[in-house]
Structures are given as structure tokens and as C-alpha cells.
Write a protein that binds this ligand. Structure first.
Ligand SMILES: NC(=O)c1ccc[n+]([C@@H]2O[C@H](COP(=O)([O-])OP(=O)(O)OC[C@H]3O[C@@H](n4cnc5c(N)ncnc54)[C@H](O)[C@@H]3O)[C@@H](O)[C@H]2O)c1
Length: 314
């Protein structure tokens, strides 16, 4: 694919956010000669995540910006689309659906005009409260909230555009429960790993729903950045990006206490949510085969790396 080894212009939406900023800084290191442009309206992102960034930032809403007017004749070698409302407790259906879906539609219209490959953030939330233990891309979506619903519509749009514009690759990377450096700004929507670490650091007992045995596919941000970059060059489609393992909240607490040197007793409390996912676990057959994705971090290695980065200290 053209310019994948030596890109000149790379665009990342949502680049001031958690995953977006990790992606931007990794791309900058990998392609030091490329001109990098971030579009982010900072509704949940933070400029501090972009410390060390040498490119341009456009502080605009992707769902309202006039893309052609903004970029004129600039042609990007690739667009990574991470911008999204990410607070799953934002229940304003019109806002969540408008901003997430229209933002993506504008990206697709702009990209397919000139054949620019698009890699976008899909979500394991689309699987919903599935009784299946392992989440495979071919499963029917069962969104349990409007955030997940908006992501299902993104996947539908991606399929529709990929059929219409068969020469423009449109690739969804379906992230599972991502954790790692540069997530602190998210507040409540940050990962459970981050929140449990903050409780432990403050000397408080870690608190989880009874009895901590619900399992999640926790995936380290360096692995999802790698999967996202592998999406550039892949055929259109949606690909899971998890660790491939489901770990319980009790395991997370044990690993955190091990690296943080504490022995606090876990406090279990009743789960008030009927729509709580009991288990998420990515089937990686497709992403291993097509993307050549190989997650590098087990839960233990991810938590160790996160702790060593200094970002877990808040
Ligand atoms: N973190 C996870 O575990 C996870 C899991 C599944 C999917 N995702 C997806 O990954 C992507 C990145 O998520 P994140 O965890 O980094 O969240 P984040 O909130 O840190 O990042 C999202 C960024 O997008 C920006 N943004 C939101 N709406 C915008 C708009 N209309 N115009 C311009 N900028 C806008 C925000 O300011 C923020 O910087 C999102 O699309 C999210 O849905 C994340």
C-alpha cells in the first residue's frame, strides 16, 4: 500500500485522549518525518497527554467541522479515527448518536473521496451482555447502552462505505477493556485497573462487586496501539483487539497489590446493575490471521509496565 513505509501526512482524531495520544506518540516515533495532525475538541481529552508532540492540533468537533474547507488539498496517507464520546453513562441519545455517528460519516466522506485508508475505533461494548463466553466478530451486536449503539452504527456505516468504495480500506479495531498510561484524565470512565490502583495508593480497601470473579479481557494500551497500526494495510473489516485472556477483578487486585507492595483486604459490595457484562473475552483468530496481531502483554506484564511508567501514580 502506498506510503505505508514513508508516510508524509497522518491524521489522528481524538488524539488528545487516552488511546489517541498513545497512538500519536508511537506514530511520531515510528515515522519521524511525517507531518502529524490531531483533531480533538478536548471534551474529554487533555493537552497534557500530548507532551512531546511535534505536530499540529485542530481543536474542533469532528461531527461539525467542514473537512474539505479545513484541509483543502492536503492528502493524508491514513486517518486514524479515535474521537468519540467515551462516557458510557452519557445517556443523551441524540447527542451520543449524533456526535459519534456524524463524526465518522464526515471522516468517511472526506477519506473515500480520495481513497485515504481509515482505521477506526470500534468497541467490545457492541457485544453487549452476551451469554457467549468468547466474543467473535461474527456475533450479532447487542448494545446495552446508547454508547454501544452508536458504535454498532459506526460498524454498519463502515461496511456500507467499504462496499461502495471498495478501493478505500475501512478497518475497525474492536478494543476490549483498555488500560495504561494517559487515561487519568478520563475520570470515572477510566479503566477499573486505574481506579483500583488509586484506591490502593490512598490506603483504602479495593472495592469491587461481589465476589470479584466477573472476568474481563483487559488489554494493555501498547497492544491496542500495535493492533491499530496493523489495521493500516489490512482489508476492510472489523477485528478484535484484546489480550485474548479473561481475568477476574480479584486477579487484577492481586497483581496491583503485588507491584504496589500492599496487602489490603478487598471489600465486596452488591452489584446494582442488571446490564453488567459478566464476561468479556476476545477471540483473536481473525486478528491474528489477517492483522498478524500478537498481544505482548499479559495482565501481569501490563500492570508491571504501567506501574513502571509512573502514570499509575495518578
Ligand atoms: N478505553 C477503552 O477501553 C475503549 C474500549 C473500546 C473502545 N474505545 C474507543 O477508543 C476510542 C478512544 O477512547 P479513549 O479511551 O482514548 O477515550 P478518550 O475519552 O480519552 O478519548 C476520546 C477523545 O476524543 C475526543 N472527542 C470526543 N468527541 C469528539 C468530537 N466530536 N470531535 C473531536 N474530538 C472529540 C475527546 O476530547 C478525547 O480526546 C474511542 O472511540 C472509544 O470509543 C475505547
Amino acid at each position: 500500500m502506498k506510503n505505508r513505509s514513508n508516510p508524509k501526512h497522518i491524521l489522528v482524531t481524538g488524539g488528545a485522549g487516552f488511546i489517541g495520544s498513545n497512538l500519536v506518540l508511537t506514530l511520531q516515533e515510528r515515522f519521524p518525518k511525517a507531518w502529524m495532525v490531531v483533531v480533538d475538541d478536548f471534551r474529554s481529552g487533555n493537552f497534557k497527554n500530548l507532551t512531546g508532540f511535534r505536530g499540529d492540533v485542530i481543536a474542533r468537533d469532528v461531527s461539525r467541522m467542514n473537512w474539505r474547507e479545513q484541509f483543502g488539498k492536503t492528502r493524508f496517507d491514513v486517518i486514524f479515527h479515535e474521537a468519540s464520546i467515551t462516557d458510557t453513562t452519557e445517556h443523551n441519545q441524540q447527542l451520543q448518536t449524533h456526535d459519534n455517528v456524524e463524526g465518522f460519516r464526515r471522516v468517511l466522506d472526506f477519506a473515500t473521496d480520495v481513497g485515504t485508508p481509515v482505521v477506526y475505533a470500534s468497541s467490545a461494548a457492541t457485544y453487549g451482555i452476551s451469554t457467549d463466553q468468547i466474543n467473535v466478530e461474527t456475533q450479532s451486536p447487542k448494545p446495552a447502552n446508547v454508547y454501544a449503539f452508536s458504535k454498532v452504527i459506526l460498524d454498519n456505516l463502515a461496511r456500507h462505505y467499504a462496499r461502495r468504495f471498495s478501493r478505500t480500506p475501512i478497518v475497525g479495531i474492536r478494543y476490549f477493556n483498555v488500560y495504561g498510561p494517559r487515561e487519568a484524565h478520563k475520570g470515572v470512565p477510566a479503566s477499573m485497573i486505574y481506579h483500583l490502583a488509586q484506591q490502593i495508593r490512598a490506603g483504602k480497601r479495593p472495592r469491587v462487586f461481589k465476589y470479584g470473579e466477573q472476568k474481563r479481557d483487559f488489554v494493555y494500551v501498547k497492544d491496542v496501539v500495535a493492533a491499530t497500526m496493523l489495521g493500516w494495510g489490512a482489508p476492510s473489516g472489523v477485528y478484535n483487539a484484546g489480550s485474548g485472556c479473561a481475568c477476574s477483578f480479584n486477579q487484577v487486585i492481586n497483581e496491583l497489590q503485588r507491584v504496589m507492595g500492599t496487602k489490603l483486604k478487598t471489600e465486596y459490595f452488591d452489584n446494582p446493575y442488571s446490564f453488567y457484562q459478566p464476561h468479556t473475552e476476545a477471540d483473536l483468530t481473525l486478528s491474528r490471521r489477517v492483522l498478524r496481531y500478537r498481544p505482548q502483554y499479559s495482565l501481569r506484564q501490563g500492570i508491571e509496565d504501567y506501574h513502571a511508567s509512573g502514570f499509575l501514580a495518578g
